[in-house]
Write a protein that binds this ligand. Structure first.
Ligand SMILES: Nc1ncnc2c1ncn2[C@@H]1O[C@H](COP(=O)(O)OP(=O)(O)OP(=O)(O)O)[C@@H](O)[C@H]1O
Length: 763
């Protein structure tokens, strides 16, 4: 499509950051660059970023301005940005004469000396003009022809070339054998080298048998010393060459194997992360991990068996005709044996496939059992459930053992039947050859027999390997199926790649929203409507199962298949880019997972551009700094997975700091303080007003005391809205709320809580 990169004379040049001081000034603050954009917001972006966005869009790639990492907006930074999004891109410094060659090359971004940019949409060498489009021009507007003199007054000479990468593998394409074949095809050049080496090696392998044939037939029969010396020299050279070529071939196979492996692993993990939360809630971690671990079978097959058998096929193509040339009778015997082996293997394929399916099923259950036990080990220990878990494990191991045994028994049969035929292939042809030689009057048959023996050994292995490939493919087919059962589910990506990126201010509107979880009949939310003004504190209460957490889930875009409307600042949430949405949110749950690493790393959580002082600010806001500073290594204190060295309250405060560090517009606390001891809860509650300043807070809690400061409190019951009002009003007019309040504050008799005669209901 685009011939830009092959344009001769264009040299990629490193563009120093300092070289772009003017641009740096124009975009002195990164904040100015980082205005996330819906159509309106995009207009506020730096013009160079805007030019890149338009050029990338031409190639079908949507760049995310938030992913731009450059300190200033240089050509190198822009190129890196596009490169990170999977595009091919180069920062180049080019001359006018080269610009004229971009007549049909797709858009090129030219950097202007005032810090702006313009898009080169084409060129006309005859008229000596380039066709430029302003980044602000509407899509429909045509480009403007500019000559060299006018361009030189504004252009820095730098350009960013970009196109969709040739080796780009669609991230959302189904994980199938075809997809894998495409992955292998992208390694075209090393594969071609391996092919050439293999053909050469195969040709070389013909020489030793032919030389042996000559030695026996000519040298031994006629005592020709000079022929022997010549043949020895040829053999010496051939061996040396063969050794070197073999070394190179193995090296290239290794490199291709490692590259394929890396690509597979990166792709699989990327897809796993894009799966919706729903998937993880419905499938045990052990099952997912077992399925994904099967990727090693696919990798081994692709870089081992498949590759080497294909290469052997090349050898076969060269050696089989030679074998027929040396002795056609014996050659037919070898081919017939290979066909019988293939037939035996094919006959067993179907029953083996069935047994293998049972193995996979049993192994999946086994994995799920161990995964569940490890994840729930605290509960197992606390309730003394070890014997039960062990019994379950015993069952699963026995099932898997039984399935494997049945599979092994059946797989033993083709093996047993094939082995004697393999022997016939080598030894049988030798015996028949010897018989033929004895009856051969010319005397040339002896040398031919030696040669045939050498060749047939090289042919037998690949022939059997080829037959076995069908069998191996069955296993790999099953492995692909297992990996695909995880990866080929609808991912969140489609909503990630597209969508609006409005600047979030924090107004939330639910209107007539109903939602049911898959497989359930009663709606979790039933025609829910409420409005949360930006920058306010909004509490949600209700009995267990009334739909409080579902509201929080919908806000995070975890489930999007609801009816009615959920709007953020007037924009339908379904229209908003998912990654952008989640960047604007901070979420703290009742039980938060802290990763292995230092406290600082946990608070920053790998977000780029954040430093220790940001972590300290967030920790201060979350009321975590006092205990962090008391720790022996402060912010460098190491936390193990699951954070056993922290108390529940400390963990929770760290989780709040982690949610606060990127200064989210909306902070959701979903029962975040419910499991805390009163002292920790008091610390967090005391900070709540500070935390809330400048953002919308959604606090889901069953402890009403922590919601009294809220501007509005939503009372939910069986998925329906009962009431929305401030605490005092609800006490007056909402009986359910009053009940909950008095139930929780019975002990404060005389301090605002009136004991009630209505029996308390659990929340
Ligand atoms: N992942 C899910 N799959 C199916 N049903 C679910 C799922 N999560 C929640 N539900 C159901 O949806 C309804 C609302 O659940 P939700 O978790 O929103 O209630 P809640 O008010 O937050 O309860 P709690 O206070 O106990 O956390 C419940 O009936 C629950 O059984």
């Amino acid at each position: 499509m685009v011939s830009v990169p092959s344009n001769p004379g264009i040299k990629a040049v490193p563009v120093p950051v300092e070289a772009d001081a003017g641009v740096a000034k124009a975009t002195a603050s990164r904040a100015a660059v980082f205005v996330p954009g819906g159509p309106a917001e995009i207009d506020h972006l730096n013009p160079r970023l805007r030019a890149m966005l338009r050029a990338a869009r031409y190639h079908g790639v949507e760049l995310d301005p938030n992913d731009f990492k450059g300190a200033s907006v240089t050509a190198a930074d822009l190129s890196e940005w596009a490169g990170n999004a999977g595009m091919w891109s180069r920062a180049v410094r080019i001359r006018w004469s080269h610009l004229l060659r971009f007549h049909d090359a797709g858009p090129v971004v030219l950097l202007l000396s005032d810090g702006g940019a313009v898009i080169l949409a084409g060129a006309s060498a005859e008229r000596n003009v380039v066709l430029l489009k302003s980044v602000d021009a509407p899509e429909a507007e045509g480009p403007v022809a500019i000559d060299e003199l006018r361009l030189s007054q504004v252009w820095t000479g730098e350009a960013v070339l970009l196109r969709a990468a040739r080796s780009y593998i669609p991230a959302d394409a189904p994980f199938t054998l075809k997809w894998l074949a495409e992955l292998v095809r992208l390694e075209g050049r090393p594969l071609r080298d391996i092919g050439i080496a293999s053909v050469t090696l195969s040709v070389l392998t013909i020489l030793p048998p032919l030389i042996v044939m000559t030695v026996v037939n000519k040298v031994l029969q006629f005592n020709s010393m000079s022929t022997l010396v010549l043949l020895s020299a040829i053999i010496g050279v051939v061996f040396a060459y063969e050794t070197l070529l073999g070394h190179a071939r193995r090296l290239i196979i290794n490199v291709v194997g490692a590259r394929l492996d890396t690509k597979l692993q990166l792709h699989v993990f990327g897809r796993l992360l894009r799966l919706p939360l729903d998937y993880f809630e419905r499938h045990p971690a052990g099952e997912t991990m077992y399925h994904l671990a099967q990727i090693y079978r696919i990798r081994e097959f692709m870089t081992g068996k498949l590759l080497s058998t294909l290469l052997d096929l090349i050898t076969l193509c060269v050696l089989v005709p030679v074998m027929f040339y040396v002795n056609s009778t014996l050659a037919w015997i070898v081919v017939a044996c290979a066909v019988v082996i293939m037939l035996i293997i094919l006959a067993f394929l179907k029953p083996l496939r069935g047994r293998y399916k049972q193995v996979v099923e049993a192994e999946t259950w086994k994995s799920a059992a161990i995964g569940e036990t490890v994840v729930g080990i605290k509960t197992v220990k606390a309730l003394g459930l070890e014997p039960q878990r062990k019994a379950l494990w015993d069952d699963r191991v026995a099932e898997a053992g039984k399935a494997r045994l049945a599979f092994g028994r059946l797989a033993n049969w083709p093996q047993t039947l094939v082995t004697p035929i393999e022997r016939v292939m080598v030894l049988g042809t030798m015996l028949i050859g010897a018989y033929l030689a004895m009856n051969d009057s010319s005397g040339y048959m002896v040398g031919g027999l030696f040669a045939f023996m050498m060749i047939s050994q090289r042919v037998a292995q690949p022939l059997v390997g080829l037959a076995r490939l069908v069998e191996d493919y069955e296993e790999v087919g099953a492995a692909i199926g297992e990996v695909a059962s995880v990866l080929n589910r609808p991912s969140e990506t489609s909503s990630n790649a597209v969508g609006l990126r409005p600047k979030l201010r924090g107004r939330i509107t639910f209107s007539d929203l109903s939602f049911s979880y898959t497989g359930t009949k009663t709606p979790a939310l039933d025609r829910v409507s409420f409005d949360v003004p930006a920058g306010t504190m909004f509490g949600i209460v209700g009995r267990s199962g009334s739909g409080k957490s579902t509201i929080a889930r919908l806000l995070q875009g975890i489930n999007r298949d609801y009816t009615g409307f959920l709007k953020l600042d007037g924009v339908d949430l379904k229209e908003i880019n998912l990654r952008h949405l989640r960047r604007g949110l901070g979420v703290v749950l009742q039980d938060n997972f802290l990763f292995r690493g230092s406290i600082r790393d946990n608070i920053i959580a790998g977000r780029s551009g954040l430093t220790l002082s940001d972590a300290m600010r967030a920790a201060h806001l979350a009321g975590a700094e006092e205990f962090i500073e008391r720790m022996p290594n402060g912010y460098d204190t190491y936390i193990e997975e699951g954070s056993p060295n922290l108390s529940g309250g400390q963990k929770q405060r760290l989780a709040i700091a982690r949610a606060l560090i990127h200064d989210p517009t909306i902070l959701i606390l979903d029962e975040a303080t419910s499991a805390l001891d009163p002292e920790s809860e008091a610390v967090v509650n005391a900070n709540l007003m500070r935390i809330a300043s400048g953002r919308t807070m959604i606090i889901v809690s069953h402890r009403l005391a922590s919601l009294t400061e809220c501007d509005q409190i939503l009372v939910m019951d069986q998925g329906k809205v009962l009431d929305v009002a401030p605490h005092a009003t609800l006490l007056e007019r909402c009986s359910v709320y009053r009940q909950l309040w008095s139930q929780q504050n019975r002990h404060l008799d005389g301090r605002g809580a009136r004991p009630t005669v209505v029996p308390p209901r659990l929340i």
